[in-house]
Design a binder for this molecule. Structure first.
Ligand SMILES: Nc1ncnc2c1ncn2[C@@H]1O[C@H](COP(=O)(O)OS(=O)(=O)O)[C@@H](OP(=O)(O)O)[C@H]1O
Length: 339
């Protein structure tokens, strides 16, 4: 089905959102001076969100999906961009010409921002070309490659039974560090505190898109679903060819060895960082992102070691252990060989 924004019966929405009181008060207000109002949390589920992003969160739940959509799901800073560029290229027979011409934010939009009133108001100030609106997503030809950082329970309940979903997980330590830099990079977030302060909010689930473990554990529990491909950032770092082959097989696509080599070259971190189609050049130029930051920062596994104090590492290890109790999910937090 390739119809546009359609005509699905609205389902009763099982969530309410409550304001997180501490995000309206000091010190949160000073640490995140750009947040115009407090964060909200879903009930049930405890997923944290900014109200400007989802005035009507039930719209995500009722979002019209298509059978041939491919969805990339991640916690932010876990390899979303890397994976969606690869997926888009695999799905589009390695059309590098198109990929280099049209920003990834248009080719593979993020559902989470398509109702974002703060971005939409920027659109009226000239920042319109890459803002993913519901209409633009509806206009995309099938098969679409869409993405979201939302917890599975906020997305259409039939998503996994209907569409192929690639979930990418990154070890929580590097995710935390990258998320911290992201909060310096994006003007709307503009964190002004220390990594320790940031980490406390992160593990107490007081930041947007937390709880980290909700999203990843739910996907891990569904890793054997025929429509789910569960990938690790660290495996992609270790052997990208192997992960590309997994993706091709999952997506029922055949690429030649030559095409795979071209893909590998295309997503090498240095090339990726320079690639204007993925590195958010337009967002930087239009003021969404603070200058001096690179969206593709280091792209390494184990960078947390350059940032964590012994005490912070102990706190984080404890948090990971508590959350992984009873799960066989294991993360790799350092790699011997990587570029
Ligand atoms: N091609 C490639 N190779 C290796 N690493 C890469 C690549 N592309 C993005 N990255 C790194 O992924 C981190 C950004 O993750 P996301 O794309 O999920 O960010 S976002 O949620 O969409 O903002 C961010 O990680 P850090 O460098 O640790 O901050 C990026 O550098």
């Amino acid at each position: 089905m390739s119809s546009k924004n359609n005509q699905k019966e609205k389902q009763e929405y099982p969530f309410t959102f409550r304001v997180l009181p501490e995000t309206l008060q000091s010190p949160f207000k000073e640490l995140f001076p750009s947040y115009p109002e407090g964060l909200v949390q879903s009930q049930p589920g405890n997923f944290v969100y900014h109200p400007l992003y989802s005035p009507n969160a039930d719209e995500f739940y009722n979002f019209p999906i298509r059978k041939d959509d491919v969805w990339i799901r991640t916690f932010p800073r876990s390899g979303t961009t890397w994976t969606s560029e690869l997926t888009w290229l695999i799905m589009n027979d390695c059309n590098f010409e198109e990929a280099n011409k049209v920003p990834l934010t248009i080719r593979s939009p993020n559902l989470d921002t398509c109702y974002a009133t703060n971005l939409q108001s920027m659109a009226s100030q000239g920042f319109s070309s890459t803002v993913p609106t519901l209409e633009k997503i509806g206009d995309l030809p099938s098969p679409r490659v869409l993405k979201s950082h939302l917890a599975a329970y906020l997305l259409p309940p039939d998503l996994l039974d209907t569409c192929k979903v690639i979930y990418v997980a990154r070890n929580p330590k590097d995710t935390l560090v990258s998320f911290y830099y992201f909060h310096h990079m994006v003007k709307f977030f503009q964190f002004t505190g220390t990594l320790e302060q940031f980490a406390e909010y992160f593990i107490q689930n007081k930041l947007m898109w937390t709880p980290y473990f909700d999203t990843v554990l739910d996907a891990w529990a569904n890793r054997n679903h025929p429509n789910m491909l569960f990938l690790f950032f660290e495996d992609m770092k270790k052997d990208i060819r192997k992960e590309i082959r997994k993706m091709c097989s999952f997506l029922n696509k055949r690429l030649t060895d030559e095409q795979i080599e071209r893909l590998v070259e295309h997503v090498k971190v240095d090339n990726f960082a320079k690639n204007k189609s993925v590195n958010l050049t337009m967002e930087i130029e239009s003021g969404l992102i603070n200058e001096g930051h690179s969206f593709v920062r280091k792209g390494k596994t184990g960078d947390w070691k350059n940032h964590f104090s012994t005490e912070l590492n102990r706190r984080i290890d404890e948090w990971i252990e508590t959350n992984l109790a009873g799960s066989d999910l294991k993360f790799v937090t350092e790699l011997a060989d990587q570029d």
